[in-house]
Design a protein around this ligand. Structure first.
Ligand code: GLN
Length: 230
């Protein structure tokens, strides 16, 4: 499983969110604390952010810890909406930059932590990569993010073994689902962090229960159980 993190709030540097925290995504790439599947996340990474409403991405198929160029530049990239991920490729999936989250439709940045049988996905359009996460992302984009909860419940019903933790943002709204893996939230005075696992030991982190949808905008957070929850 991969690990992902999202930020919606006042502008922050990508380094402050991804590289600097004591248990942030960088450390999670080689020593995650709550990862249930896979030991490390060395098969690629991606950092996406909104720049005046435009989604921009930097993705790689190499380990995050080896990228000195990104570490040097990330401190200068500031945004009020960030989606980043490190990847542990599912067996049989391609390892290429386009298989690393975040995926985009030009409006949303989206990461998938989990696994899904591509054969059950009723996708008619084109995906960025043949990796299961990209095919799922394309399906979610085609249905629209307002339907994220129902799309995930539908896919969960089609593939009982699927794990479907999604994190998506569009600059003013951040959405996440829990379906088979961990997700934590930290509400700060100037914004909200959603992350596969806490990036530090702040006592303010809360765990999101499984099979829920989290909807964040204007520092308002709504938590809804997903259909098909047990
Ligand atoms: N199945 C996806 C991949 O192969 C995501 C894997 C994960 O969550 N570790 O990239």
């Amino acid at each position: 499983m991969c690990r992902h993190i999202g930020w919606l709030g006042a502008p922050r540097s990508v380094a402050a969110l991804v590289l600097d925290p004591s248990q942030g995504l960088l450390v999670q790439s080689y020593a995650p604390r709550r990862q249930k599947h896979g030991l490390m996340n060395a098969d690629g990474w991606g950092a996406g952010f909104f720049d005046d409403g435009v989604p921009r991405r930097w993705r790689s198929d190499k380990p995050l810890w080896g990228d000195a160029s990104f570490a040097s530049v990330a401190a200068a990239l500031r945004s009020g909406c960030v989606v980043a991920a490190v990847r542990s490729a599912t067996i049989g999936m391609p390892i290429e930059p386009s298989a690393s989250a975040p995926f985009t439709d030009g409006q949303w940045l989206l990461s998938h932590n989990g696994i899904v049988n591509r054969a059950v996905l009723p996708l008619t359009g084109v995906a960025e990569s043949t990796v299961d996460s990209a095919v799922l992302a394309a399906l979610i984009f085609s249905r629209g993010l307002d339907a994220l909860g129902s799309t995930i419940a539908e896919v969960g019903a089609l593939d009982a073994n699927a794990r479907l933790n999604i994190l998506a943002a569009n600059g003013s709204r951040m959405l996440a689902t829990t379906w088979g893996d961990t997700l934590s939230m930290l509400r700060l005075p100037d914004g909200v962090v959603l992350a596969s696992e806490p990036y530090d030991d702040d006592p303010g982190w809360t765990d999101i229960p499984d099979r829920h949808l989290v909807d964040v905008s204007d520092s308002r957070v709504e938590l809804t159980p997903l259909k098909g929850s047990v």
